[in-house]
Design a protein around this ligand. Sequence first.
Ligand code: NDP
Length: 337
Amino acid sequence: NKQVILKNYVSGFPKETDMYVTTSLIELKVPKGSNGVLLKNLYLSCDPYMRPRMTKDMEGSYIESFEPGLPISGNGVAKVLDSENPEFKKGDLVWGMTGWEEYSLITSPYLFKVPHADVPLSYYTGILGMPGMTAYAGFYEVCSPKQGECVFISAASGAVGQLVGQFAKLLGCYVVGSAGSKDKVDLLKNRLGFDEAFNYKEEPDLNAALIRCFPEGIDIYFENVGGKMLDAVLINMKVGGRIAVCGMISQYNLDEPEGVHNLTRLISKRVRMEGFLVSDYNHLYPKFLEMIIPYIKGGKIVYVEDTAEGLESAPAALVGLFSGRNLGKQVVAVASE
Ligand code: NDP
């Protein structure tokens, strides 16, 4: 059984060599009466929240750290090979928490049956999985969006951002995204239907870029990066605006968070800034599927994936999230059904 193991706890930017691939023996059978399931992993998801899990007992974290010497765990799509759990049977396709390995024996499953198998299965790591629900809950529940509003999204071409932008367009908003390369800006404007987009790495003056794109100000900011971008956005919010704090990826590898200086603008502009966790909205998943499946099948929403082939490529794919190497949702294809 090939596995990706965390070598040691990480400080600063994660490196490919913080993980290694090894092979161990596994009995392809679930112990009788154990409640476990044996999975053949098909797709694994690379997600930014996995970086804090590489730090020992991260202060204020909402999720447990990984253990050095053990396989990394994360979201994935898998096929059930054997089961002692009444909820799953051999042959089921499932998505949820699994290991970064070819086969996983899961003793307390946090897994869901794949509800629609007539769409790409990898979508359950992205649009139909945790990032999709994050975009849905964050935009519709936290941002209180209205037609015609001006919406700004950072890390806009990523797993979450590309969907928030498309949801906002479907609602009739004016939508602008920031991203870290020319290819990503082209993707936003030409394929994902954003009204405007800019490359924040080539705009030393973020405030000027925002004034250019939003001469009248921003109603909604979907925050994925934090730091300097948040500071510039705070200056450009409209009265009564909302900021949904989804993530702050620019801060995850820093020992000391970068100072944000313009928070008093929240008062003068009466802006609501709200952090949220997708896990608080799990109950909305059926409602989300009802909306999103017809959009996918009707081609009203597109989903861009960046697929790394093979378990060996997983460490580089995960690390690539923090330099922006991924164009769209970063998936690792491990095996076919
Ligand atoms: P992405 O697919 O967007 O991948 C990460 C992207 O972040 C990179 O491609 C890169 O794009 C950008 N990035 C990396 N480092 C920096 C930096 N220093 N400054 C600015 N941008 C950077 O990831 P997701 O869509 O999966 O996640 C987006 C955000 O949502 C993250 O902050 C994540 O933690 C958060 N999240 C929160 C959840 C919640 O429940 N609250 C659930 C899921 C995700 P670029 O080239 O554009 O810089």
